[in-house]
Design a protein around this ligand. Structure first.
Ligand code: AHR
Length: 480
């Protein structure tokens, strides 16, 4: 019998809504033909955004949304996406090796409207690679200027008199690679110039510097050491890639993927440790602004990379992927004092998506379900949990893991059985009355257009004990 305990007197801090963020890039069918179909589409939509998607995200909760890239951001010129849609220029949409026709019908006003519809805080990623300091300053002024400048008036003519008040601004994306192939030092100097000027335009803007691996991070931190006040968030990305195929994975592949998801927490801690030297009070947040599993069928590089078979970065979305999300969220909760945001990549159809579509059809992936179940933690205080008597995974780590929070929702406890074959018999805290369980017939079970409800959570009243099937996630709450 495994016993899970929560320790209310050992808090980690608040689980900021920003830790349940998402990422929407103009890539594949994430934005165009994904969440955006345009107002003239026969698919029911609200001002161009699919109604079914808007409603599903309202229910799941999307507290934060980053846009428009990704690698796309360093080719994006915001002026192309404002004004009368029929007069907007058609450009080459470029990201991750794809080149598509991009009519700019989804631009700044549309994106920020989508954020309002789903209740998300926007996070705009600026263009460093092919843009200029002035261009990004103008975008900030256009969105946020509190006084009637020409740009603010143009914003008004385009339908929005009040400032949008966008707080989060990324200064480029992956500038060590697709965002300009910079050296850490040269990007660091660029960042200083961008951030210095952006601060004048909007002193309340929160600016995000582009990090990478520990080597790059150490170098850029040194470059910025006397200007660390210009940095509010330090961006890192973590994709899990050593996971075998998206569907036909083996038990070994499954365990390697669990290990990779688990190690995300360590990457956050290592990044924080590097920042400690120049930011001893921990003012700068770690922004894990892209994370998730990236299957080999949707990439030409990395272990097993097969190219992008769909040419859309669309990939399988199995129950395993949902278990990996639960594993990662445990770490996000524990690191909530240093992690300032985390954005799953990406929100619709691309990579580790909670929602997938095909034409007019739309279905929720197991990842959607685990995120919706976990949303009870949002805004609560994360507290320590302990697990005793668990069986072990092949690497010796416990099969059962947990994370908990307390707050307006009462105590909320997530328990994950990471084991591939064995169920776990659990003794649960005596306040826990309702359990929502996400499990399935196999770890590679997934939903699809034909079987949209194959993997679904189930709620049940529970007693003092609970059996968790292999590869499953349970959320325990007291009855309301
Ligand atoms: O999410 C897909 C791509 O992954 C993004 O465009 C880029 O930032 C990262 O390499």
């Amino acid at each position: 019998m495994t016993t899970v305990r929560i320790h209310e007197d050992e808090p980690y801090g608040q689980i900021s809504p920003r830790l349940y963020g998402h990422f929407a890039e103009h890539l594949g069918r994430c934005c165009y033909n994904g969440l955006w179909v345009g107002p003239a589409s026969p698919i029911p939509n609200i001002e161009g955004f699919r109604t079914d998607i808007v409603e599903a995200f309202q229910a799941m909760r999307v507290p934060l949304l980053r846009w428009p890239g990704g690698c796309y951001a360093d080719h994006y010129h915001w002026r192309d996406g404002v004004g009368n849609p029929s007069e907007r220029p058609v450009r080459l949409g470029m990201s991750c090796g794809l080149q598509v026709r991009d009519d700019n019908s989804l631009g700044t006003h549309e994106f920020l409207r989508f954020c309002e519809l789903i209740g998300a805080e926007p996070y705009l990623a600026g263009n460093v690679g092919s843009g200029s300091v002035q261009e990004l300053c103008d975008w900030v002024e256009y969105c946020n200027a509190p006084v009637q400048t020409d740009l603010a008036q143009e914003r008004g003519r385009n339908g929005r008199t009040q400032p949008f008040g966008v707080k989060l601004w990324g200064v480029g994306n992956e500038n060590w690679g697709c965002g300009g192939n910079y050296e850490a030092e040269s990007y660091g100097l660029e960042y200083r110039r961008y951030a210095g000027m952006l601060r004048h335009v909007d002193p309340t803007a929160e600016l995000v510097v582009c990090g990478h691996d520990s080597h790059w991070n150490a170098r850029i931190i040194q470059t910025l050491r006397n200007h660390i006040g210009l940095v509010d968030h330090f961006s890192i990305h973590r994709y899990w890639i050593d996971c075998g195929p998206g569907v036909d994975f083996t038990e070994e592949d499954y365990y390697r993927s669990v290990k990779e998801a688990d190690a995300t927490e360590k990457f956050v801690q290592e990044t924080r440790a590097l920042l400690d030297e120049v930011d001893p009070k921990g003012r700068v947040g770690i922004a894990l602004d892209e994370w998730g599993v990236w299957h080999p069928e949707a990439r030409p590089w990395g272990p097993g990379g097969k190219g992008d078979e769909t040419k859309e970065y669309f990939q399988a979305a199995t129950l395993r992927d949902a278990v990996l999300v639960a594993v990662a969220l445990e770490g996000f909760h524990r690191q909530c004092a240093s992690l300032s945001m985390a954005n799953l990549a990406q929100i619709v159809n691309v990579l580790h998506a909670p929602i997938q579509t095909s034409g007019a059809q739309m279905w929720l992936t197991p990842t959607y379900h685990v995120l919706r179940m976990s949303s009870a933690h949002i805004g609560q205080q994360a507290i320590r949990t302990s697990v005793e008597g668990s069986s072990a995974l092949p690497d010796g780590s416990p099969s059962v893991s947990a994370t908990a929070s307390v707050g307006e929702e009462g105590p909320v406890l997530t328990i994950t059985n990471r084991h591939f074959t064995q169920p776990a018999e659990l003794q649960v805290p005596n306040w826990a009355a309702v359990c929502t369980l996400l499990s399935g017939p196999s770890a590679n079970a997934e939903n699809s257009a034909g079987q949209p409800h194959h993997v679904q959570p189930k709620s049940q009243k529970i007693g003092a004990t609970l059996e968790l099937p292999p590869f499953s996630v349970a959320i325990l709450q007291s009855a309301r």
